[in-house]
Write a protein that binds this ligand. Structure first.
Ligand SMILES: NC(=O)c1ccc[n+]([C@@H]2O[C@H](COP(=O)([O-])OP(=O)(O)OC[C@H]3O[C@@H](n4cnc5c(N)ncnc54)[C@H](O)[C@@H]3O)[C@@H](O)[C@H]2O)c1
Length: 375
């Protein structure tokens, strides 16, 4: 198969859909790789590394879309890319169709095959192509929190780990899933005193088994949260209720009970945030202050560490890309139920329920498009 890797042109996106290692792996399976010049630059991969791994670099994005049967990228195509997409071309990337009406209609019109990273789903209901970004954001949260706890950045002026003779900071993590677990581990590793809260007792049991001694598990309810925030120096918001807006666990009135300079890192901001006063911010301007409490609410935290994020993402996407390239999308989706759930728009038909419901479009059974596929 001819596989194309365009450079991401969405504002501030520095990740790339395939690394030189991914190129080498796909070459091993006999595929041809076309990489746009400069595609890996933002993540630290030079054109020469792609060429050494067996790719051909092409000067423009139009060259890549024009020749490739499958496009592997990171973000959804933006308007400039729509006219480049060909009928029957397979696009393997994040789409988030349910929040992009124009994009949905554009992909229907282009009659492409849109396989979305975010809806690839294992039988356990885990989302294997979203997990790596949660891991990155989770590990970043205490790092960002530690930075904004510094006095010149308006924080309390406390070092997360303290020093001998001086007690460490208290870090409260709300939610013990992927983000919360990684955040708690990093904060504990830096020497902080960590409290992690969840509403799942089973999850708290698991966490209690493997977390170090400086991590305490506490059941999440309003009473316990109100108590914990009085002494917390850093709060990490990491709750998720699948398919719903995040619950506001810290409300506006609660800010007054916190110490001035406390830092809130609301990772769940992309689902509305679990702190009432959070609103999405950017890497250019990541924080704002309300009631002397510093709010950090960057909605795309992994974007700040494109090297790590690209490797983490492509580690997860590559095995699926290899299957798609080796078998063709139709056979790969027949054999792999997780991958089949990634199909969102195929040959102008919406085949994913959430997308059809979001934009009031007819839903076509995925099996029927698998029957008639030609690529
Ligand atoms: N800002 C970013 O850049 C970024 C990056 C990645 C992920 N995220 C977001 O981070 C959030 C967490 O993602 P995740 O992968 O860790 O999800 P997850 O499903 O693995 O974990 C969520 C946890 O929240 C717990 N929870 C639900 N209600 C709770 C409550 N009332 N109190 C305490 N815990 C509660 C659940 O039991 C679960 O353990 C999501 O909204 C995700 O979209 C943001």
């Amino acid at each position: 198969m001819i596989i194309g890797v365009p450079k991401e042109i969405k504002n501030n996106e520095n990740r790339v859909g395939l690394t030189p290692a991914g190129v080498a792996e796909l070459r091993k399976h006999g595929h041809s790789l076309l990489v746009q010049a400069g595609a890996g630059e933002g993540s630290g991969f030079a054109d020469s590394e792609y060429e050494q791994a067996g790719a051909v670099t092409l000067p423009t994005i139009a060259d890549v879309y024009g020749q490739a049967e499958m496009i592997i990228k990171v973000k959804e195509p933006i308007a400039e890319e729509y006219p480049l997409i060909k009928e029957n071309q397979l696009l393997f990337t994040y789409f988030h169709f349910a929040s992009g009406e124009e994009l949905t209609h554009a992909m229907i019109e282009r009659k492409a095959i849109c396989l979305a990273y975010e809806t690839v789903e294992l039988p356990s209901r885990a989302l294997p192509l979203l997990i790596p970004m949660s891991e990155v954001a989770g590990r970043m949260a205490p790092q960002e929190g530690a930075k904004y706890l510094e006095k010149p950045l308006k924080g309390r002026g406390i070092l997360l780990g303290g020093v001998p003779g001086v007690k460490p900071a208290h870090v409260l993590v709300l939610g013990g899933g992927i983000v919360g677990t990684q955040a708690a581990k990093v904060a504990a590793g830096l020497g902080a005193q960590v409290t992690i809260m969840d509403i799942s007792l089973n999850r708290l049991r698991e966490l209690d088994d493997f977390m170090p001694k400086n991590v305490q598990t506490v059941y999440s309810n309003e009473y316990n949260i109100r108590e914990a925030i009085k002494t917390a120096d850093l709060v990490v918001g990491a709750v998720l209720i699948p398919g719903a807006k995040a619950p506001h666990l810290i409300t506006r009135d609660m800010l007054k009970t916190m110490r001035p300079g406390t830092v809130l890192v609301d990772v769940a901001v992309d689902q509305g945030g679990c702190i009432e006063t959070c609103k999405p911010t950017t890497h250019e301007n990541p924080t704002f202050i309300i009631d002397d409490v510093v709010h950090y609410c960057v909605a795309n935290m992994p974007g700040a560490v494109p090297y790590t994020s690209t490797l983490a993402l492509t580690n997860a996407t590559l095995p699926y890309a290899v299957q798609l390239a080796n078998l063709g999308w139709q056979e790969a989706c027949r054999r792999n139920a997780a991958l089949r759930l990634g199909l969102n728009v195929v040959h102008g038909e919406v085949v994913y329920k959430g997308v059809a419901e979001a934009w009031n479009l007819p839903l076509v059974e995925v099996d029927s498009v698998l029957e008639g596929a030609t690529v």
